[in-house]
Design a protein around this ligand. Sequence first.
Ligand code: F3S
Length: 436
Amino acid sequence: MFLKRLFKKECYFLVTEDKFFSKKPCVYFLKLVYVKESMFLTKEEEAILAGEQGTGYKEAMEILVSIGDIYNAEKLIPVQSAQIAGVSYKTARDAVIVYLKHLIKENAKVKIPAYLNPAGMDINNWKEMGIPENFAQKQQEIIELYSQLGIFVSCSCTPYFIGNIAQTGEHLAWSESSAVVFANSYFGARTNREGGPTALAAALIGKTPYFGLHLTENRVPTVKVNVELDKTMTSADYSALGLWAGKQLKMNVPLFTNLPITSSLDYRAMSAGLGASGAVPLFHVKDLSPEKDLHNDNTIIETITFTQKELKSVYESYTSDTVDMVCIGCPHAHLTEIAHIAKKMKGKKTSIPFWIFTARGIFNQAQDMGYIKTLSQAGVSVISDTCPVVAPFEGMFSGIATNSAKAAYYLPSMTKVESTLTDLDHLIEISLRGHK
Ligand code: F3S
């Protein structure tokens, strides 16, 4: 079978070997299977696709048009910002260097504000992290290349804590899973879960295909998740709830009821859990989240319940035998969390490595407030630009304790280390004691 884009129609032909019309063997005929409309392109978009603005933009447009045609998008729509994954050399490897160099050679530049996801190391303090020199060189090259394309070297999975705030109904092209869930659920903005290449293509063109969560009908909740807990929920509990719910929901958009969530930090924790285990990057909270007009019992096809039993089962899935490192900041830590830890650790000393991951913008604020100095005196490292999952930590630790269900979920496969999930104050106690 082969596919051919013809004018505004997409024609799919089946090539078959047929002996019915001829006695000669191997006579082929073309059988029209179906004809469907291709995505509408404006004259300017057609010109970019034809290469009139150069090969870099042409290839970006080809990516967007291919995705749009696969998902039956009607057209391209403008996006306000892009957030681009595929930054760590650990996951992106040399292929991204080759592609970015090609784009730069073709004079491509992003057309909208675009932000980078975490890299594989702290750009300034990679030696202190124990990062090998050859990894650091490659990582610096990747960051420099992204920067030459006009992309803001934020290296954070919480762009919304460092100024990239979205409005309800605004269209975005973000790729980090936790940030995508946060943008859709907390802001009520609209973004599909982009891959690194599609987010970069959207940043270069300033547009994305109009399908999936950009359409209101795909944002309607279909499963009610009733939360019945007899305790005050911690950030770790919200991340555990997200992880559990993501596994149950399949392709359904959830509507959480009886959920006492108010803070953006808890939305962030729950978004990370849901994005790690689930396929639908959006959740609603009854009577609270921005798209309340979509909360209608008539659309609900199933109700599930999250109780103390389900919460306990998530924690029991992540209990390593030992702990020789403590980490928070998945997603990247907020200034208030750094302040909280600094207050608790003041005048004390950690017995095992205790690392806090955050955005560089937050690090700078924490430094101005004196928290970095307090934490450093207590033996706590505050690391920017990277994250526990995409940094090359293999072999450095045997058990990592964290308050992030997402980190607990990914660490065993990505870093070959066992994980323990627990709340922040318990992590501080573990770090002082030096073991679980
Ligand atoms: Fe952010 Fe890395 Fe966690 S990108 S959400 S810190 S896995």
